[in-house]
Design a protein around this ligand. Structure first.
Ligand code: ADP
Ligand code: ZN
Ligand code: ZN
Length: 742
């Protein structure tokens, strides 16, 4: 038998199995002695000296490994495929497009319990009444054994009842069970757990929605007019009624017997949104997010796969949820960076949603008040339908935007005089204000008053953030912490916090305004379970007069009394080194501004800046996001940045700086040897924050006009790097369509 060539293995259908390992290939196995392994089923296979669980991706009759060396799968774990052909296609597509090992893509697509080899449907033990048990006179039993009669009555009423339900309904029932079993009045049996199926059909009272306005009706008609695949971008300001359109579309698709998948950013999945969907649609959406337990996640996954889940509402990883009969995919806040996974398998849930819609020939709807430049450009190209909702629905009018020049107005502890008076007026009117600062902690820097020494992180090229309430210095990049230095370690003089964080801002506000009406919402203040919920409830009723917070507050929430938004410091974003800087800044400002004046009263947004002459401000004030986006697209076209080119990053990190650069230089050589004229190779360059958590970081940037050249280069690069020795001394990853350049 020849090595290297493909060898036919007579009579056997070989399994090509995806195994969670950092290698871009499938592994061939002989079929197991028992059971039928078809694509989409899990198999137990020997791998190295262990056994592991893999997913059969395809069957083949040929292998490059001689038959005598092929190993045999030891068991099939599923009677029918977990993933159907389309779902397997998505796994393969994701692996190809992102140049990520297929076994790891499978691992991302399956719930943890399935990865561990647990059954898709678990068995539950139940009790039912026998024919004799149904016929027997309960009163007769009750005279001699009242507790046994009570148990029998419960079982009879329920047809069949699980042990868990009995534990809840009648503590101590287990002691009575034997008596009834002995008398053959009840029987015990095992059956598959169908609780998730029943839950998804639980009906809720349905409420009607408002009549659509002309813009909404036009957008809805445009989406409906496309049959089959088509991407529509609903570009509508906050409160313009995008969600209303989603609700109509969802109802129609569900009435037609199909399923809908709705993806939202991590912090967009609020209880408010879920309540609204439930109330309007009249049933419970099935939720998929990171806070689910393994059991809950499996139940949701199973309901989606079986088709009993009509609506799946989830965060980015829900894009992999198998769907029995998909009819529509919606991606809300499509510009949001949390739709892109930034570690491990670096995928964009938005882009995969579009790919999935195309494969299934179903519509995909993207929505945002601040669409990504990628999506806007697709609209210009004519690939996506651009549907605009320029005004707020209902009575609300857009907020007024105002700049406060920090070089002209006095400010103390970060609050300028005009801001203080605006908040004062707002409190007098009984209305709510939101003070936004995207930096948690007390102060971003601790500095020595005599020698100017700054407290740095020992493991990162970064400053420590002062957390006054905890008496700690903390690194927001690696999580390191240590007590605050009272005296400078170099000269012994006093140290003081420099700059503003939300914790300090809260202190400042408490000193000036009624302290009990102030609440801070950031990831520090809401770490304890339940605090976030309480804080949001108080903010919604209007009990809280001043909200202080980070990005956490800027999305999804609806505070009816909020009429003033203050942005403490936006200037960092003006001078970003990333080409996406202005897009990001405009998005975050528009998002937070959107919290203001969502009901009858007009809202106001005040932005403090030390650079009021900057071109960004005049564009934002005169033309809003659309204008900022236009300028940014022009700049990117000139510089050939995305969406006018394709990017991929090869990132590497290691404890030794030299290892990182040796690796990237070797990678550069491999890439150059491909001699693909279309692709530019930039670097290696160190990350701006070179050391993070004790590791040195650098990268190679690949830029290309088209996707094909880049794709070919990455494929060759990945294959070579998986074999290379220098790769073993570093951690490396490929990021296709990166949204952060470092
Ligand atoms: P978006 O998703 O664009 O932020 P929503 O769909 O949440 O907008 O709508 C904002 C508010 O306006 C909601 O309270 C919604 O009920 C209301 N609304 C939406 N469409 C209409 C309409 N056509 N007439 C009256 N009110 C509407
Ligand atoms: Zn000092
Ligand atoms: Zn650190």
């Amino acid at each position: 038998m020849s090595h290297g060539g493909r060898v036919a293995v007579t009579g056997n259908r070989l399994l090509r199995v995806a195994i969670s390992a950092p290698l871009s290939r499938l592994f061939d196995y002989l079929p197991p002695d028992h059971g039928k392994a078809v694509p989409g089923c899990r198999v137990e296979v020997p791998f190295g000296r262990q056994k592991t669980i893999g997913l059969v991706m395809e069957l083949t009759t040929h292998s490059e490994i001689p038959e005598s060396k092929l190993r045999k799968a030891t068991a099939v774990l599923d009677d029918s495929p977990l993933l159907n052909e389309d779902d397997l296609w998505l796994v393969g597509f994701t692996s190809d497009y992102y140049h990520h090992p297929i076994g790891e893509v499978v691992a991302a697509a399956l719930p943890a319990m399935l990865r561990q080899g647990k059954p898709l449907v678990s068995l539950v033990r139940k009790i039912a009444a026998t024919a004799a048990g149904v016929a027997v006179n309960l009163h007769g039993v009750a005279k001699r054994a009242p507790r046994q009669a009570a148990l029998l009555e419960l079982v009879r009423d329920a047809d069949a009842i699980s042990f868990a339900e009995l534990d809840e309904a009648m503590p101590g029932w287990r002691r009575l069970k034997k008596n009834l079993l002995d008398k053959s009045l009840i029987e015990e049996f095992e059956t598959s757990d169908d609780t998730d199926e029943r839950d998804s059909f639980a009906n809720v009272e349905q409420t009607g929605g408002p009549e659509l306005n002309a813009d909404q009706a036009k957008a809805l008609a445009a989406i409906r007019s496309r049959s089959g695949f088509g991407v529509s971008l609903i570009d509508g300001v906050t409160g313009s009624g995008k969600t209303e359109i989603y609700l109509r579309l969802i109802s129609e698709v569900i009435d037609a017997g199909r399923q809908v998948l709705v993806l939202v950013p991590e912090i967009g999945l609020t209880p408010q949104l879920v309540r609204r969907f439930r109330a309007r649609l009249g049933f419970e959406p099935v939720l998929m997010h990171s806070a689910l337990t393994d059991t809950e996640r499996l139940a949701a996954w199973r309901a989606a796969r079986r088709g009993s889940a009509k609506l799946i509402l989830g965060t980015r990883s829900a894009v992999f949820t198998p769907l029995e009969k998909p009819g529509l995919i919606i991606v809300d806040e499509e510009h949001d960076s949390s739709l892109k996974q930034q570690e491990g398998l670096r995928y964009s849930a938005r882009d995969l949603a579009v790919a999935r819609g195309k494969r299934k020939d179903i519509p995909v709807v993207l929505g945002s008040a601040t669409p990504s430049l990628e999506s806007l450009q697709r609209c210009r190209d004519g690939a996506y339908a651009h549907l605009r909702l320029p005004t707020r629905a209902g009575k609300a009018v857009p907020p007024l935007l105002r700049l406060v020049d920090l070089t002209k107005h006095q400010s103390s502890d970060g609050l300028s005089v005009p801001v203080i008076s605006a908040i004062t007026d707002n409190i007098r009117r009984g209305e709510q204000s939101l003070v936004f600062l995207n930096r948690r902690g007390f102060a971003p820097t601790l500095i020595c008053t005599a020698c100017g020494r700054i407290a740095d992180c020992d493991r990162c090229d970064a400053r420590m953030t002062v957390h006054a309430a905890k008496h700690q210095l903390m690194c927001h990049h690696c999580g390191a912490s240590r007590p605050i230095d009272h005296a400078c370690p170099d000269c012994g003089s006093a140290c003081k916090p420099l700059g503003q964080g939300t914790e300090r801002l809260e202190d400042t506000l408490r000193n000036r305004f009624p302290a009990d009406a102030i609440a801070r919402i950031d990831s520090d203040s809401t770490r304890i379970k339940g605090t976030m919920k309480r804080a949001l409830a108080a903010a919604t009723t209007g009990e809280t007069k001043i909200l202080v917070g980070t990005q956490m507050l800027s999305k999804g929430h609806h505070f009816p009394n909020l009429t003033l938004v203050v942005v403490i410091n936006a200037d960092q974003g003006l001078f970003s080194t990333d080409f996406r800087g202005s897009e990001r800044l405009a998005q975050s400002l528009i998002q937070v501004a959107g919290r203001s004046g969502r009901e009858a009263r007009q809202g106001e947004v005040i932005i403090q800046t030390a650079f009021p002459q900057h071109q960004f401000w005049s564009e934002l004030m005169s033309g809003g996001y659309e204008r900022v986006a236009e300028t940014a697209l022009e700049e990117r076209e000139k510089a050939v940045w995305p969406p006018f080119s394709r990017l991929a990053l090869l990132r590497a990190a290691a404890a030794k700086r030299q290892d990182v650069h040796d690796f990237l230089n070797a990678a550069r050589k491999i890439a150059e040897d491909q001699a693909i004229p279309d692709v530019r190779i930039l670097g290696p360059v160190s990350a701006p924050m070179e050391r993070k958590a004790g590791r040195y970081r650098a990268q190679l940037l690949l830029q290309s006009r088209g996707r094909r050249g880049l794709h070919a280069m990455l494929q060759a690069l990945r294959a070579a790097l998986e074999r290379s020795k220098s790769a073993r001394r570093v951690r490396w990853s490929i990021d296709v369509d990166p949204i952060e350049l470092f």
